[in-house]
Design a protein around this ligand. Structure first.
Ligand SMILES: [Fe+2]
Length: 194
């Protein structure tokens, strides 16, 4: 993963990046309460997308292009999701994050996990947000730390994370151990850059 600072391709992006940082300075709660609206307003302004493009996603993986971010700070990433793609249930280190959909359609399924033995968990669905362009979905670890993502069509979304980690924890179905109940293992997985 690159640790390089990316200060943003235009003044509007740099401005919203700084304002998101000011929200984070006031705490995670303020960040998720006010951050989505701030980004939604910013992307509606002409010129915001000058120099802002996702990396093209091939058919079997999504991409995560860094739009603005500094080492140790928050980050804005532009994701592109291939058609019919699902990202396994995962969690982000107990911190909140949010996305604003730019193009396409994205399902964000909130889940909860229950540990049933030393290495297995069951997952239950809490809720599902279907975001259309201009709409936001929030991951608030106080309510929905674990989430899966599904893109029925090619989709692009801007994501803001309070820190730029190179890995997350995902829940992988253990087919050998699953019988009547689906059992998952919690595994660390690497997030590729770009
Ligand atoms: Fe996520």
């Amino acid at each position: 993963m690159s640790q390089d600072a990316v200060t943003g391709p235009n003044a509007q992006v740099r401005d919203v990046y700084d304002r998101l940082g000011s929200l984070l300075d006031r705490g995670d709660e303020v960040f998720i309460e006010e951050g989505p609206g701030l980004l939604q307003a910013a992307i509606a302004e002409p010129g915001f997308f000058d120099g802002v493009e996702p990396a093209p996603a091939d058919s079997d993986h999504y991409t995560r292009e860094k739009v603005a971010g500094a080492p140790g700070g928050h980050v804005i990433r532009f994701m592109e999701w291939p058609p019919g793609y699902s990202l396994v249930p995962h969690e982000h280190h107990g911190r909140p994050c949010f996305e604003v959909l730019v193009d396409g359609l994205l399902h964000v399924v909130d889940m909860t996990a229950e540990q049933v033995d030393e290495e297995h968990y069951t997952l239950s669905i809490l809720d599902c947000d279907v975001t259309e362009p201009g709409e936001a979905a929030v991951v608030d670890p106080r309510e929905n730390d674990i989430h899966a993502v599904y893109s029925p069509v090619r989709s692009c979304s801007l994501h803001v994370y309070p820190d730029d980690r190179s890995f997350a924890y995902g829940y992988e179905l253990d087919e050998d151990a699953s019988d009547e109940t689906d059992l998952y293992r919690r595994e660390r997985f690497e997030l590729h850059d770009g």
